[in-house]
Design a protein around this ligand. Structure first.
Ligand SMILES: Cc1cc2nc3c(=O)[nH]c(=O)nc-3n(C[C@H](O)[C@H](O)[C@H](O)COP(=O)(O)OP(=O)(O)OC[C@H]3O[C@@H](n4cnc5c(N)ncnc54)[C@H](O)[C@@H]3O)c2cc1C
Length: 244
Protein backbone atom coordinates (compact mmCIF):
# COMPACT_ATOMS: atom_id res chain seq x y z
CA UNK A 1 0.00 0.00 0.00
CA UNK A 2 1.21 3.46 -0.86
CA UNK A 3 -0.10 6.58 0.88
CA UNK A 4 -0.67 9.66 -1.25
CA UNK A 5 -0.60 13.00 0.59
CA UNK A 6 -1.78 16.18 -1.10
CA UNK A 7 0.01 19.25 0.24
CA UNK A 8 3.55 19.61 1.58
CA UNK A 9 2.84 21.93 4.50
CA UNK A 10 3.74 21.09 8.09
CA UNK A 11 0.81 18.66 8.32
CA UNK A 12 1.50 16.72 5.12
CA UNK A 13 5.25 16.64 5.66
CA UNK A 14 5.01 15.54 9.31
CA UNK A 15 2.52 12.78 8.56
CA UNK A 16 4.50 11.71 5.50
CA UNK A 17 7.76 11.62 7.46
CA UNK A 18 6.27 9.53 10.27
CA UNK A 19 4.67 7.10 7.81
CA UNK A 20 7.88 6.77 5.80
CA UNK A 21 9.84 6.22 9.05
CA UNK A 22 7.43 3.39 9.84
CA UNK A 23 8.30 1.79 6.50
CA UNK A 24 5.14 2.80 4.62
CA UNK A 25 5.70 4.08 1.07
CA UNK A 26 4.56 7.72 0.80
CA UNK A 27 4.19 10.15 -2.04
CA UNK A 28 3.56 13.84 -1.33
CA UNK A 29 2.09 16.04 -4.05
CA UNK A 30 2.66 19.78 -3.85
CA UNK A 31 1.38 22.32 -6.35
CA UNK A 32 3.87 24.99 -5.31
CA UNK A 33 6.88 24.95 -2.99
CA UNK A 34 6.99 22.70 0.07
CA UNK A 35 6.33 24.55 3.31
CA UNK A 36 5.34 27.81 1.60
CA UNK A 37 1.62 27.77 2.40
CA UNK A 38 0.15 28.67 5.81
CA UNK A 39 3.17 26.97 7.35
CA UNK A 40 5.42 29.74 6.00
CA UNK A 41 3.25 32.44 7.62
CA UNK A 42 2.98 30.76 10.99
CA UNK A 43 4.43 32.53 14.01
CA UNK A 44 5.60 29.19 15.39
CA UNK A 45 3.70 29.32 18.67
CA UNK A 46 2.65 25.97 20.04
CA UNK A 47 0.37 27.11 22.80
CA UNK A 48 -2.85 25.15 23.06
CA UNK A 49 -3.46 26.33 26.64
CA UNK A 50 -3.17 29.99 25.72
CA UNK A 51 -5.05 29.67 22.43
CA UNK A 52 -7.92 27.44 23.48
CA UNK A 53 -8.19 28.24 27.15
CA UNK A 54 -10.58 26.00 29.00
CA UNK A 55 -12.47 24.65 25.99
CA UNK A 56 -13.20 20.97 26.42
CA UNK A 57 -14.25 19.85 22.95
CA UNK A 58 -12.56 17.29 20.71
CA UNK A 59 -10.43 19.91 18.90
CA UNK A 60 -9.10 21.25 22.21
CA UNK A 61 -8.37 17.74 23.43
CA UNK A 62 -6.53 16.95 20.19
CA UNK A 63 -4.56 20.21 20.39
CA UNK A 64 -3.46 19.58 24.00
CA UNK A 65 -2.39 16.04 23.13
CA UNK A 66 -0.51 17.25 20.05
CA UNK A 67 1.23 19.96 22.06
CA UNK A 68 2.33 17.40 24.67
CA UNK A 69 3.97 15.36 21.90
CA UNK A 70 6.03 18.31 20.62
CA UNK A 71 9.20 18.00 22.76
CA UNK A 72 9.70 14.41 21.58
CA UNK A 73 8.74 15.30 18.01
CA UNK A 74 11.27 18.16 17.99
CA UNK A 75 13.99 15.85 19.32
CA UNK A 76 13.25 13.21 16.67
CA UNK A 77 13.19 15.83 13.93
CA UNK A 78 16.55 17.27 14.98
CA UNK A 79 18.07 13.79 15.20
CA UNK A 80 16.76 12.76 11.77
CA UNK A 81 17.62 16.00 9.98
CA UNK A 82 20.83 16.89 11.80
CA UNK A 83 19.51 20.46 12.04
CA UNK A 84 18.51 22.45 15.08
CA UNK A 85 14.94 23.70 15.00
CA UNK A 86 15.24 25.76 18.18
CA UNK A 87 12.08 24.45 19.83
CA UNK A 88 11.72 26.07 23.25
CA UNK A 89 9.21 25.56 26.07
CA UNK A 90 8.99 29.14 27.26
CA UNK A 91 5.36 29.16 28.35
CA UNK A 92 2.90 31.92 27.46
CA UNK A 93 2.36 35.22 29.18
CA UNK A 94 -1.18 36.54 28.87
CA UNK A 95 -1.79 40.08 30.05
CA UNK A 96 -5.22 41.22 31.23
CA UNK A 97 -6.05 44.61 29.73
CA UNK A 98 -9.22 45.27 31.71
CA UNK A 99 -11.16 43.95 34.70
CA UNK A 100 -13.30 41.55 32.60
CA UNK A 101 -10.24 39.99 30.99
CA UNK A 102 -8.55 39.75 34.40
CA UNK A 103 -11.52 37.80 35.79
CA UNK A 104 -11.53 35.54 32.73
CA UNK A 105 -7.78 34.86 32.89
CA UNK A 106 -7.83 34.24 36.63
CA UNK A 107 -10.59 31.67 36.11
CA UNK A 108 -8.73 30.16 33.15
CA UNK A 109 -5.48 29.82 35.12
CA UNK A 110 -7.30 27.97 37.91
CA UNK A 111 -9.05 25.64 35.43
CA UNK A 112 -5.84 24.87 33.54
CA UNK A 113 -3.97 24.23 36.79
CA UNK A 114 -6.70 21.75 37.80
CA UNK A 115 -6.07 19.94 34.51
CA UNK A 116 -2.38 19.64 35.29
CA UNK A 117 -1.18 22.53 33.11
CA UNK A 118 1.45 24.65 34.87
CA UNK A 119 -0.69 27.80 34.83
CA UNK A 120 -0.69 30.53 37.46
CA UNK A 121 -2.51 33.82 37.90
CA UNK A 122 -0.17 36.67 38.79
CA UNK A 123 -1.99 39.73 40.08
CA UNK A 124 -0.72 43.30 39.82
CA UNK A 125 0.33 43.44 43.48
CA UNK A 126 2.55 40.39 43.03
CA UNK A 127 4.10 41.76 39.85
CA UNK A 128 4.67 45.08 41.64
CA UNK A 129 6.48 43.34 44.51
CA UNK A 130 8.57 41.35 42.01
CA UNK A 131 9.52 44.60 40.24
CA UNK A 132 10.53 46.24 43.52
CA UNK A 133 12.79 43.32 44.40
CA UNK A 134 14.20 42.96 40.88
CA UNK A 135 14.96 46.66 40.51
CA UNK A 136 16.90 46.80 43.79
CA UNK A 137 18.60 43.48 42.94
CA UNK A 138 19.60 44.74 39.49
CA UNK A 139 21.15 47.87 40.96
CA UNK A 140 23.02 45.80 43.55
CA UNK A 141 24.37 43.37 40.94
CA UNK A 142 25.40 46.20 38.65
CA UNK A 143 27.33 47.99 41.40
CA UNK A 144 28.88 44.77 42.66
CA UNK A 145 29.74 43.71 39.11
CA UNK A 146 31.35 47.08 38.48
CA UNK A 147 33.65 46.62 41.49
CA UNK A 148 34.58 43.17 40.18
CA UNK A 149 35.65 44.60 36.82
CA UNK A 150 38.53 46.31 38.68
CA UNK A 151 38.56 49.03 36.06
CA UNK A 152 38.92 46.67 33.08
CA UNK A 153 36.88 48.01 30.17
CA UNK A 154 36.44 44.57 28.55
CA UNK A 155 34.96 43.22 31.80
CA UNK A 156 32.68 46.27 31.96
CA UNK A 157 31.47 45.47 28.43
CA UNK A 158 30.61 41.92 29.50
CA UNK A 159 28.81 43.19 32.59
CA UNK A 160 26.63 45.59 30.60
CA UNK A 161 25.85 43.12 27.81
CA UNK A 162 25.00 40.33 30.24
CA UNK A 163 22.74 42.54 32.34
CA UNK A 164 20.77 43.92 29.37
CA UNK A 165 18.16 41.10 29.00
CA UNK A 166 17.20 41.23 32.71
CA UNK A 167 16.96 45.02 32.54
CA UNK A 168 14.75 44.80 29.44
CA UNK A 169 12.48 42.26 31.16
CA UNK A 170 12.21 44.53 34.19
CA UNK A 171 11.27 47.54 32.08
CA UNK A 172 8.65 45.50 30.26
CA UNK A 173 7.08 44.50 33.58
CA UNK A 174 7.11 48.12 34.78
CA UNK A 175 5.46 49.28 31.54
CA UNK A 176 2.92 46.48 31.77
CA UNK A 177 1.98 47.51 35.31
CA UNK A 178 1.37 51.01 34.00
CA UNK A 179 -1.04 49.85 31.32
CA UNK A 180 1.31 49.29 28.35
CA UNK A 181 0.45 45.69 27.59
CA UNK A 182 2.13 45.24 24.21
CA UNK A 183 5.34 43.77 25.65
CA UNK A 184 7.45 45.81 23.18
CA UNK A 185 10.84 46.32 24.85
CA UNK A 186 11.69 49.46 22.84
CA UNK A 187 8.37 51.07 23.82
CA UNK A 188 8.92 50.06 27.47
CA UNK A 189 12.37 51.71 27.38
CA UNK A 190 10.95 54.93 25.95
CA UNK A 191 8.16 54.87 28.54
CA UNK A 192 10.78 54.58 31.31
CA UNK A 193 12.85 57.42 29.82
CA UNK A 194 9.80 59.71 29.79
CA UNK A 195 8.65 58.68 33.27
CA UNK A 196 12.11 58.98 34.85
CA UNK A 197 13.14 62.07 32.84
CA UNK A 198 16.16 60.23 31.46
CA UNK A 199 17.57 62.09 28.48
CA UNK A 200 19.85 61.00 25.65
CA UNK A 201 18.27 57.58 25.13
CA UNK A 202 20.33 56.01 27.94
CA UNK A 203 17.76 53.30 28.63
CA UNK A 204 17.10 52.56 24.96
CA UNK A 205 20.86 52.16 24.44
CA UNK A 206 20.95 49.34 27.01
CA UNK A 207 17.90 47.42 25.80
CA UNK A 208 19.28 47.54 22.26
CA UNK A 209 22.08 45.30 23.55
CA UNK A 210 19.73 42.37 24.10
CA UNK A 211 20.95 39.59 21.80
CA UNK A 212 24.31 41.31 21.23
CA UNK A 213 27.40 39.50 22.46
CA UNK A 214 30.11 42.08 22.18
CA UNK A 215 30.28 45.75 23.00
CA UNK A 216 33.34 47.92 22.24
CA UNK A 217 35.07 49.02 25.44
CA UNK A 218 34.69 52.71 24.58
CA UNK A 219 30.91 52.25 24.28
CA UNK A 220 30.81 50.40 27.61
CA UNK A 221 32.58 53.28 29.35
CA UNK A 222 30.22 55.79 27.74
CA UNK A 223 27.08 53.80 28.62
CA UNK A 224 27.80 52.72 32.18
CA UNK A 225 27.28 55.94 34.17
CA UNK A 226 23.98 56.91 32.45
CA UNK A 227 22.83 53.27 32.88
CA UNK A 228 23.54 53.37 36.61
CA UNK A 229 21.89 56.77 36.92
CA UNK A 230 18.74 55.55 35.12
CA UNK A 231 18.61 52.49 37.34
CA UNK A 232 18.91 54.58 40.51
CA UNK A 233 15.99 56.70 39.28
CA UNK A 234 14.02 53.53 38.58
CA UNK A 235 14.62 52.27 42.12
CA UNK A 236 13.29 55.56 43.56
CA UNK A 237 10.33 55.48 41.20
CA UNK A 238 9.37 51.88 41.95
CA UNK A 239 9.84 52.48 45.69
CA UNK A 240 7.37 55.32 45.37
CA UNK A 241 4.60 53.03 44.05
CA UNK A 242 3.46 52.01 47.53
CA UNK A 243 3.24 55.67 48.59
CA UNK A 244 1.11 56.60 45.55
C1 LIG B 1 -0.31 34.49 9.86
C2 LIG B 1 -0.44 33.10 10.46
C3 LIG B 1 0.13 32.86 11.70
C4 LIG B 1 0.01 31.58 12.27
N1 LIG B 1 0.59 31.36 13.49
C5 LIG B 1 0.50 30.12 14.05
C6 LIG B 1 1.14 29.84 15.28
O1 LIG B 1 1.81 30.68 15.88
N2 LIG B 1 1.00 28.60 15.80
C7 LIG B 1 0.30 27.63 15.16
O2 LIG B 1 0.23 26.50 15.69
N3 LIG B 1 -0.33 27.86 13.99
C8 LIG B 1 -0.23 29.07 13.42
N4 LIG B 1 -0.84 29.32 12.22
C9 LIG B 1 -1.59 28.22 11.61
C10 LIG B 1 -0.61 27.27 10.91
O3 LIG B 1 0.26 27.99 10.08
C11 LIG B 1 -1.40 26.25 10.11
O4 LIG B 1 -2.34 25.61 10.93
C12 LIG B 1 -0.49 25.19 9.52
O5 LIG B 1 0.65 25.75 8.89
C13 LIG B 1 -1.30 24.38 8.53
O6 LIG B 1 -0.43 23.46 7.93
P1 LIG B 1 -0.92 22.67 6.68
O7 LIG B 1 0.18 21.75 6.29
O8 LIG B 1 -2.27 22.08 6.96
O9 LIG B 1 -1.20 23.82 5.58
P2 LIG B 1 -0.17 24.59 4.59
O10 LIG B 1 1.12 24.93 5.25
O11 LIG B 1 -0.93 25.71 3.98
O12 LIG B 1 0.14 23.50 3.50
C14 LIG B 1 -0.81 23.12 2.56
C15 LIG B 1 -0.05 22.86 1.26
O13 LIG B 1 -0.93 22.23 0.35
C16 LIG B 1 -0.64 22.71 -0.94
N5 LIG B 1 -1.85 22.45 -1.75
C17 LIG B 1 -3.08 22.93 -1.57
N6 LIG B 1 -3.92 22.42 -2.49
C18 LIG B 1 -3.17 21.61 -3.27
C19 LIG B 1 -3.47 20.80 -4.40
N7 LIG B 1 -4.71 20.75 -4.90
N8 LIG B 1 -2.46 20.09 -4.94
C20 LIG B 1 -1.20 20.13 -4.44
N9 LIG B 1 -0.89 20.89 -3.36
C21 LIG B 1 -1.84 21.60 -2.80
C22 LIG B 1 -0.35 24.17 -0.72
O14 LIG B 1 0.42 24.71 -1.78
C23 LIG B 1 0.43 24.12 0.60
O15 LIG B 1 1.86 24.04 0.38
C24 LIG B 1 -0.71 30.56 11.60
C25 LIG B 1 -1.26 30.82 10.35
C26 LIG B 1 -1.12 32.07 9.77
C27 LIG B 1 -1.71 32.30 8.40
Amino acid sequence: MKVLIVGAGVAGLAVGWRLASAGIPVEILERGLAGRGATWASAGMIASGAELGTEKNAVAHFAHEARAKWPRFAQDLEAASGRRIDYRETGSLMAATNADKARDLEHRAAELAREGVAAAWVDAAELRRACEIQTRGHLLHLREGYLETRGRADALSDLIVQSAPAFAALLTSVARLEGHVGGDVGAAARHAERTLSVSGGAITDIVKLVGIHELPSADAERLFVPYLDALERLVDYVDGWSAR
